[in-house]
Design a protein around this ligand. Structure first.
Ligand code: GLN
Ligand code: ZN
Length: 761
């Protein structure tokens, strides 16, 4: 019985790759130094898997930046603006595509399926001259071989690569990306032949797009591609990996009939339909790579349950054709629990990070051969039992309150236009009111204060007075700028989810539980392990202090339940919506406490609502229903005169506009400046939006300072489609990553633009 790992995190157990990359980019270390760190990371991963007993160990899952960009390099598909002149692609061209350089911006980045990982989107057109321009896959295979480890080289499959690409700028609308298949397959053949000569006996193609809702012609592209590759693949065992969701029936049929392919990998954690399909018929003589260990979460596997699943599969595919695997690459989980000495022992016993998951996969494979490590299995069973019954996990009052929400609705009693009238009486705002999204620049000094307070190096008094001083400055600046609805600037927050997680019960935090988000950037999601409740107010102290410095309305600033959920590792012992409802109830308490202490405008950020949308359309409605309901729960108890704002990143929400309306917020501010047209088209198409809306008037991701005219122009365009009295003027998102030297003039121009337009109206 064999074991396999789909892919492994490359950032290193203590983010070694991140630091090496950033030092190289800053010119502080050489290419050789970076390569050395990278090689050490790869070596230790391969050895770790080999020592654990994994049979099919992946190679080429390391990346200096992103595996899709690696594929672009492999195919020599460098957009012309990077002036690449051929030959093997080196760091300079590679990192220019990833991050831009002094003269050209980076390529676009987008989310990798429904994960928090982002990839660099290939830009292709009919004229791209593909060539075999990066030998990374072969080099890594050889590197592992030199260590005595025979690996399975992993490539992103040709069809997935094309389906994830976008047409380059200027390419005609009717150009089909899949038409490039014939041009990229020869390059795949080159690498396949080199891998064979280097001694590879297996090859893995990742084709995760197979789990999406694909039109028949896209499925046909798979058939065509692998038929074309068949002869060059002969002599190799070929594995096609799918992950992140159940595979639709049509895709299953296509996949399992591909010629020349000997093994199929499925995610058996997310849903049960793939399992049903396999049970309904699996091609004889082929290998099944059964992804039973979750690559997307941090929980210890339920080994007995997995074993039962595997046994049921064994009888279908045969003992020697079943391979135990992970549900997806382990890229999306934390690296190693060993580096969490401070984590509570009991909670720790419930967890498994990538390094522990390898051991689980192997233990399952051994158990199937009759060589069951009883001690390991019984420890695992004991941990599961303790997790089930632990008072840390269970809070009966919270469970009851959340359960009671399911069949209810929760809406504010009065409709939005009546509420806006009541609020306007109280707030007395000008038309085109100005505001910002929440955070102000996070200075080095601020970070120092927070860090030293956390480390007990400065007293609580000193901490409070520094933060209050900062809030005072931010308030004063906004008054000078003549902004209408103020914010306190969020100086006390490291992160918009962590700040709340740390104050809620049911959350745990790791020291090194980093997960790559893009390039060298990592996030450290909190772990929701138990029923969530709010022991005491979380933001009232700072918000009321901030309000006391000004007569203008000060926004209370909260992170919404859906965003907290989507940016955390969430428990897998209850449905996501139940956890979300619990968080919603905790935020509801906070909203009501803010209102009681005199805060009349409260913003509940749902930055990540859109990104939690399931991969498959059939599941959208259910998700949107509970997500939107969770948001409404938080503010269903406030007075008409309390103005509820929300904020969303990713303006690309045309497809969920009705859900956004259904959130029933009084005002929504949205990230939009890079896609005005898309947003405006929604309203042009006749969608009625009666609440306040602030489509961001400038891009905060760039240091560029927009002029007054430019902002005024933008707002005018919006005024052409939206009613004057509902439009707000604000930046795209929070300002925390910007410098004051950029923020001040940009906001000055923004306010000037609003005033200019008011005078014209
Ligand atoms: N209020 C948060 C801020 O301004 C919102 C950030 C976000 O949407 N990602 O930083
Ligand atoms: Zn945002």
């Amino acid at each position: 019985m064999a074991s396999h790992i789909v892919g492994y995190p490359r950032v290193g157990p203590k983010r070694e790759l991140k630091f090496a990359l950033e030092s190289f980019w800053d010119g502080k270390s050489s290419a050789e130094e970076l390569e050395k760190v990278a090689k050490d990371i790869r070596t230790s991963i391969w050895k770790q898997m080999a020592d654990a007993g994994i049979k099919y160990i992946p190679s080429n899952t390391f990346s200096y930046y992103d595996q899709v960009l690696d594929t672009t390099a492999f195919l020599g598909a460098v957009p012309p603006r990077y002036n690449w002149t051929g030959g093997e692609i080196g760091f300079s061209t590679y990192f220019s595509m990833a991050r831009g350089n002094a003269s050209v911006p980076a390529m676009e980045m987008t989310k990798w399926f429904d994960t928090n990982y982002h990839f660099i989107v290939p830009e292709l057109g009919p004229d791209v001259k593909f060539s075999y321009a990066s030998h990374k896959a072969v080099n890594e295979y050889k590197e592992a071989k030199a260590l005595g480890i025979d690996t399975v080289p992993v490539l992103i499959g040709p069809v997935t690569y094309l389906l994830l690409s976008k047409p380059a700028k200027g390419v005609e609308g009717n150009f089909s990306l899949l038409s490039l298949l014939d041009k990229i397959l020869p390059i795949y053949k080159e690498v396949i032949s080199e891998l064979k000569s280097a001694g590879a006996s297996w090859i893995q193609f990742d084709e995760p797009t197979l789990v999406l809702d694909l039109e028949p012609y896209k499925l046909e592209a798979f058939t065509k591609a692998y038929a074309d590759l068949e002869s060059s693949l002969s002599g190799l065992q070929v594995l096609i990996e799918t992950y992140f969701a159940d595979i639709p029936e049509a895709a299953y049929k296509t996949l399992t009939s591909l010629s020349g392919v000997s093994a199929f990998g499925f995610d058996l954690v997310r849903g049960t339909k793939s399992l049903d399909l396999i049970k309904g018929g699996f091609p004889s003589g082929k290998y099944l790579f059964a992804g039973v260990v979750d690559g997307r979460n941090i929980w210890a596997n339920d080994l007995e349950a997995s074993l039962a699943t595997l046994k049921s599969l064994e009888s279908i595919v045969g003992k020697d054709k079943l391979v135990v695997s992970t549900s997806s690459s382990l890229l999306h989980t934390a690296v190693d629990l060993v580096n969490e000495p401070k984590l509570d022992k009991e909670i720790k016993s419930w967890l498994a990070f990538a390094a522990q998951k390898i051991v689980e996969v192997n233990a399952l494979a051994k158990a199937l051969t009759g060589d069951k490590e009883e001690a390991f299995f019984s420890e695992n069973a004991a941990a599961h039992a303790s997790r089930k019954s632990s008072p840390r996990v269970n809070n009966e009052a919270v469970q009851k309150a959340a359960a009671a929400l399911k069949d209810s609705d929760h809406r504010r009693a009065t409709n939005v236009s009546a509420r806006l009238d009541a609020q306007q009486k109280k707030l007395n705002l000008p038309i085109l009111p100005t505001t910002t999204i929440g955070s102000f620049p996070q200075t080095v000094e601020l970070r120092r204060v927070r860090r030293e307070y956390k480390a007990n190096k400065i007293s609580e008094e000193e901490y409070i007075s520094s933060i209050k001083e900062e809030i005072r400055k931010v308030v004063q600046l906004q008054e000078e700028l003549d902004i209408d609805v103020l914010v306190h600037g969020e100086p006390e927050r490291n992160d918009m989810v962590e700040y709340f997680g740390e104050q809620l019960s049911g959350f745990a935090f790791t020291a090194n539980g980093w997960v790559q988000s893009y390039g060298s950037r990592c996030v450290k999601p909190p772990i929701v392990y138990g029923d969530v409740s709010r022991p005491k107010p979380m933001t009232v102290f700072w918000s009321t202090a901030a309000q006391s410095y000004t007569k203008r309305p000060m926004k209370g600033m909260l992170t919404g339940p859906v965003t907290i959920l989507n940016w955390s590792f969430v428990r897998n012992d209850q449905p996501r919506f139940e956890t979300c409802y619990q968080i919603a109830l905790a935020i509801k308490d906070e909203v009501e406490d803010l209102e009681k202490s005199g805060i009349t405008v409260i913003q509940i950020d749902e930055a990540a609502l859109r990104e939690g949308l399931p991969l498959r359309k059939a599941e959208h409605a259910f998700y949107l229903d509970w997500a939107v309901h969770s948001f409404r729960i938080t503010n269903s108890g406030v007075h008409d005169t309390t103005q509820i704002h929300t904020h969303m990143c990713y303006s690309n929400f045309n497809d969920i506009i009705h859900s956004i309306i259904d959130m029933d917020a009084d005002v929504i501010t949205i990230e939009n400046s890079r896609s005005d047209e898309k947003l405006l088209s929604v309203f042009r198409s006749g969608v009625k939006y009666g609440a306040g809306i602030g489509p961001g008037v400038y891009d905060i991701h760039s240091p560029r300072i927009p002029s007054t005219e430019e902002i005024a122009d933008r707002v005018k365009k919006m005024l052409a489609v939206l009613e004057t009295n509902i439009l707000w003027v604000n930046p795209d998102c929070g300002l925390k990553t910007r410098k004051y030297g950029e923020v001040k003039p940009a906001l000055e121009n923004m306010v000037a633009a609003a005033k200019l337009l008011r005078s014209e109206l």
